[in-house]
Design a protein around this ligand. Sequence first.
Ligand SMILES: Cc1cc2nc3c(=O)[nH]c(=O)nc-3n(C[C@H](O)[C@H](O)[C@H](O)COP(=O)(O)OP(=O)(O)OC[C@H]3O[C@@H](n4cnc5c(N)ncnc54)[C@H](O)[C@@H]3O)c2cc1C
Length: 319
Amino acid sequence: MGVSRAVVLFTRDLRAHDHPALAAARAEQTEVVQLFVLDERLLRIGTRRTAYLHGRLDALREAIGLQVVEGDPVEAVARFAPDTVHVSADVSAYARRRAQQLAGRPSYRVFTPYWHVWRAMPLPAPVESGPKLPVPDASLSTHLHLGAVSPAELARAADEELLRNLCWRDFFAQLLAADPALEWRDLHPGRRTWNEDPEAFAAWKEGRTGVDYVDAAMRQLLAEGFIPSRPRMIAASYLTKQLGVDWRLGAAHFMEHLTDGDVATNSGNWQWVAGTGTDTRPNRQFNPERQAATHDADESYRRRWLPERFEPQPEALFE
Ligand SMILES: Cc1cc2nc3c(=O)[nH]c(=O)nc-3n(C[C@H](O)[C@H](O)[C@H](O)COP(=O)(O)OP(=O)(O)OC[C@H]3O[C@@H](n4cnc5c(N)ncnc54)[C@H](O)[C@@H]3O)c2cc1C
């Protein structure tokens, strides 16, 4: 009897535990090749994300013998002459299972009905597939982006607020899966016209608009590749609604610098904020000062990123 061989092609599921494709291959095949193919498109992603990716690949190489090769994924897989190939979807297996369960319906363009259907579905059961590797120090969203953390595992332990956030992630994933052009094309074309204002855009990118909450967020992005949810939304809203700059420019800047940069989530949120996407109140405007007073009441976030605006300057002491 011949030996059956499976290739498990790792993509954005860079973990060994709770990994349905790996578990399925191990259950069915005698020999399992665990493979990651670095192709050129991946090497073009933001520098911070590339560093995280290489760290993760090293950890998996050591822990489970992941083979990492460069080249074209189809050719690389073919070289192993496998009997079967197991691949998780580009969006997580968890999101894909849900998307499959939701299949047969058109994609959802409004969050609340999607949330009701999503919430009513059972969470997937854990699967045995390998050891749980430690993750480096990074935000929750960065680990999710490359699948180092299992979204299903996270969901099983989540409170209602986190579940809702995870559902937003799947919501934007199903939207992009249904129409990949939404990465750059308006979901609702014609709702907005944009200003050409390179100076305003440059000031926004560098954190010198003069609006503290926005500038703090943009400086954190350049320094750390991360912005928490609320200031991220306010910085994006300020660019599109107050400055009238095209959301695509802001989205590209975020993708260049965010460690958790994720096409579906990033473009989906930018469109939501800009009013071209899934917000049912596309003309809503956030007042950055009022938002800061509510969400950064002790000023700690703004003080951290704009110390010169909050601490007395030496000259000022002698005036
Ligand atoms: C303009 C804009 C761009 C964004 N771009 C990205 C991006 O490229 N990658 C990314 O992961 N998140 C993005 N977000 C969503 C959100 O800001 C980050 O997920 C969040 O700041 C990460 O913080 P956390 O890890 O503490 O997640 P928590 O707030 O604890 O949420 C847990 C997880 O839920 C998901 N989530 C939370 N909020 C959202 C949301 N609004 N939409 C979709 N999923 C959500 C994320 O996977 C997140 O890691 C963006 C939001 C805005 C307004």
